[in-house]
Design a protein around this ligand. Structure first.
Ligand code: BTN
Length: 254
């Protein structure tokens, strides 16, 4: 692990055999002043957290589970909503480059292989009043079959990297590739190249989807993304509607 990460510009790396949640651990480090680029990576999580208070399983020896402490610059604070898609784009880039897989981003940030979820992202921003203290970017990738939850426990079908490549995958190399892509795309966060790449890897583009939120279900055809990270949909009435980043669930329409 140390060797695989040596060439990356990381502040400090915490490698843990087991932890409750790498996001929680990283947050504590951030509160104690940890620098931008501090990485927490764990072999096993016992209380891994997903979006919307869901659980995220990370059995030992089977997955990638890590969190980065970020201290966004003023320019990045303007685009803080793009950190979650940045994580998805970085994982997609790594899976494409390392394994030639046609990885896609299910808006806003899940990564799909063959339309099944392979990676989840939990980005948490911590504010003190109006001042952004830190952003914790947490990424979980299903690598081996043991990391894929049983179908009954899933809201969306899931797979893992090894099932798609058909051979064992070294987690440390995948981690290094994701972190390299993260650094590279972070320096272009919100740029036309970033938005074009995210859009070109967007799952269900041109297809009908349902977007579920507290406000109800909106159906439409996926057109792309807006510069602020919203999803562009063409509704049944032909008009274009932007769905902003929030508590939404997107699934292909039946
Ligand atoms: C989701 O799809 O709901 C998001 C899952 C995010 C899981 C990762 S694993 C590393 C980090 N630590 C956590 O507790 N959660 C994130």
């Amino acid at each position: 692990m140390r060797a695989a990460l040596a060439h990356l510009n990381l502040a400090v790396v915490y490698y843990l055999d087991t932890v409750g949640s790498t996001n929680d651990y990283a947050r504590q480090l951030a509160e104690s002043g940890a620098a931008d680029g501090t990485l927490v990576v764990a072999d096993e999580q016992t209380r891994g957290r997903g979006r919307l208070d869901r659980r995220w399983l990370t059995p030992a020896g089977s997955a990638l589970a890590f969190s980065l402490v970020l201290r966004p610059s003023p320019a990045e604070i303007e685009r803080v909503g793009l950190f979650a898609p940045l994580c998805g784009v970085a994982v997609c880039a790594a899976l494409r480059l390392e394994f030639g897989l046609a990885a896609e981003v299910k808006w806003p940030n899940d990564v799909l292989l063959e339309r099944r979820k392979t990676c989840g992202v939990l980005v948490e921003a911590h504010w003190l009043g109006a001042t952004l203290q830190s952003v914790i970017a947490g990424i979980g990738v299903n690598v081996a079959r043991a990391s894929v939850p049983p179908p009954g426990a899933l809201l969306f079908p899931a797979t893992c990297v090894e099932e798609q490549v058909g051979r064992p995958v070294a987690r440390e190399s995948l981690l290094a590739a994701v972190l390299a892509a993260f650094g590279s795309w972070r320096s272009r966060l919100g740029s036309p190249a970033f938005l074009e790449t995210w859009e070109s890897w967007l799952a269900f583009k041109g297809e009908m989807v349902n977007v579920e939120s507290a406000a109800g279900i909106l159906s439409g055809r996926v057109l792309g993304v807006t510069p602020d990270g919203s999803l562009r949909l063409q509704t049944a009435f032909g008009s274009e509607q932007a769905v902003s980043v929030g508590d939404v669930r997107l699934r292909p329409a039946d």
